[in-house]
Design a protein around this ligand. Structure first.
Ligand SMILES: [Zn+2]
Length: 205
């Protein structure tokens, strides 16, 4: 499991990082074009109200669980939902529930869905717009164009005089690391002994 987004990108670009900087940027551009196209097509093909992997599957499971719950009206805005376990006190207007899932995820919890069913409201309307398929599609709607050849660039005169120097950094001795650093709590892959194939020691030790 990868818990660090920077390490994930480093891993994807581990071979491209050895290229000169212009080619590295070309590689990153091509990678983003590919990702944007794939995700954009997936979003356009999807027919669900919410993004399938994030909100839709979760909400459908909760719809099923909510069908077996009883709702008790406390006042005009609060409802006690009896789920046979911890129960939930739902405030629909504030979009909150004592189970905290509705507050934290901005997606109706099973208790909030039970209240929606009780009041004949659409639970999808209480999900944050971040979960909707439309938001997902909009995130990948833009096109990424390749950088045109340098000969065609129009550079303002004042920028032509600017000399960009490499960053000041100390190059440490030794070969550069290509393997990503495992995040905290993540198990690092142990190398096997080249003689017997058993992990935990090397041929020399
Ligand atoms: Zn709840």
């Amino acid at each position: 499991m990868t818990t660090n987004i920077v390490e994930s990108i480093n891993s994807v670009l581990r071979f491209a990082r050895m290229l000169p900087v212009v080619h590295l940027i070309d590689e990153i551009t091509n990678l983003l074009v590919c990702w944007f196209r794939q995700r954009g097509e997936l979003a356009m093909k999807s027919h669900s109200t919410l993004c399938p992997d994030l909100g839709e599957i979760k909400l459908r499971k909760r719809l099923d669980a909510a069908s077996r719950m009883n709702v008790v009206k406390i006042n005009e805005v609060e409802y006690n939902v009896l789920d046979g376990d911890l129960n939930g006190l739902v405030h629909l207007q504030n979009r909150s529930c004592t189970c905290r899932k509705f507050d934290l995820e901005q997606l109706p919890c099973k208790h909030a869905i039970a209240v929606c069913r009780h009041l004949k409201l659409n639970p999808y309307s209480f999900a944050s717009s971040y979960y909707t398929r439309a938001t997902w599609a909009a995130a990948y709607a833009e096109s990424i164009y390749p950088v045109p050849p340098e000969a065609t660039w129009v550079i303002p005169e004042n920028l032509k005089k600017v000399k960009i120097l490499p960053p000041l950094c100390k190059v440490m001795p030794g070969r550069r690391k290509t393997q990503r650093i495992p995040s905290k709590g993540e198990k690092s892959r142990q190398k096997k002994c080249s003689r017997c194939g058993v992990k935990g020691h090397y041929r020399s030790t």
